[in-house]
Design a protein around this ligand. Structure first.
Ligand code: HEM
Length: 219
């Protein structure tokens, strides 16, 4: 099995186990909700991890070229994998999008509240951006765009990450501020996602501020 498939499988398994332990085992969410509701949490966090990883590899290669330059070719793999999972996440979310599953997004009358409206807006906009980035990585499209423009489209993905940060920030903040209520003391998945995104963005900022070491590597 190719290394990247194995690494991806292990990452997904760890994230999935985290969701099952936090929600089904400790919090007592019924097992009947595992196929969609709980899996969707694991799928969405994995999407964030893979997309963040695909962007972080460039910055990591700048600081530790010996370790990471050889992995730069995996950026496309992780990015597309993350995008695919984000698409599945969007689809599952819409399938079960109801006050019964997500009371925090709805008003009593059944319309969305501000948290629901804002967080869904950020999610949809981010998905649109990731779709553009994914389309731009199709070989025929790569050839048809001037390299500088192509890089600009790829970098647009950072805006997608920032939007996902707000997607989870808006929906998660109230829960983040109540650690006493976290099942088993385990961080909410939305908070884990926000931390992963913040790390990827900080790495990028660090790579921009300290660009010297390996000038030949484009991130
Ligand atoms: C069509 C666009 C999208 C829709 C409709 C959507 C919908 C949702 C919904 C309903 C939730 C709440 C899930 C829950 O609490 O169980 C959620 C959470 C989340 N979404 Fe999205 N989303 C979209 C795009 C994205 C994208 C593009 C990403 C990442 C690349 C993403 C990552 C996340 C993460 C990490 C969570 C937190 C899960 C949790 O706290 O359990 N979403 N999204």
């Amino acid at each position: 099995m190719k290394k990247q498939f194995f690494v991806s499988f292990v990452i997904f398994l760890v994230v999935f186990a985290y969701a099952v332990i936090r929600y089904n085992i400790i919090k007592g969410t019924p097992w009947i909700e595992l196929p969609l509701f709980i899996s969707n949490k694991a799928i969405s966090l994995s999407a964030v991890v893979f997309i963040a990883l695909s962007y972080a590899l460039g910055s990591l290669a700048r600081f530790w070229p010996k370790t990471f330059v050889s992995a730069l070719g995996l950026r496309k793999f992780f990015g597309l994998l993350g995008f695919g999972l984000a698409a599945i996440h969007g689809l599952i979310s819409l399938l079960i999008f109801s006050p019964a599953y997500y009371p925090k997004f709805f008003l009593v009358g059944g319309k969305l509240n501000l948290v629901g409206e804002l967080s869904m807006l950020f999610g949809v906009l981010a998905f649109f951006i990731f779709a553009l980035v994914a389309i731009s990585s199709i070989p025929a499209v790569v050839k048809s765009i001037e390299p500088g423009r192509w890089l600009a489209v790829q970098r647009f993905g950072y805006l997608g990450l920032i939007l996902i940060f707000f997607h989870v920030f808006v929906m998660g903040l109230a829960g983040w501020l109540k650690p006493a209520g976290w099942p088993g003391g385990l961080l909410p998945i939305s908070l884990v996602a926000a931390i992963v995104i913040a790390l990827a963005l900080l790495l990028k900022i660090a790579a921009m501020v300290f660009p010297k070491e390996t000038n030949e590597i484009k991130v």
